[in-house]
Write a protein that binds this ligand. Structure first.
Ligand SMILES: [Zn+2]
Length: 75
């Protein structure tokens, strides 16, 4: 009977909706197809829910605006 349970678990894991806990807001969300691929490739990578992702992306954008780029591409 044990094998039956394992099989059903595997099925759920493969086809059931994947849920991920966001480390910032502790809310569970369902990742989209791209994210699912990323998570399977890099299981230890931190994935944020869309809301937190937006928030952080916004912050980064503002920071980049504040810090002018002083790069010298030719040395
Ligand atoms: Zn979040």
């Amino acid at each position: 009977m044990e094998t039956v349970i394992i099989q059903s678990l595997k099925k759920v894991g493969d086809k059931g909706p994947m849920k991920i806990c966001c480390i910032l807001c502790d809310q569970y969300f369902t990742p989209d197809k791209k994210q699912v691929k990323q998570i399977r490739k890099h299981p230890h990578r931190i994935i944020l829910c869309p809301e937190c992702h937006e928030r952080i992306a916004d912050r980064v954008r503002k920071r980049k605006r504040q810090q002018p780029l002083n790069r010298h591409p030719e040395g």
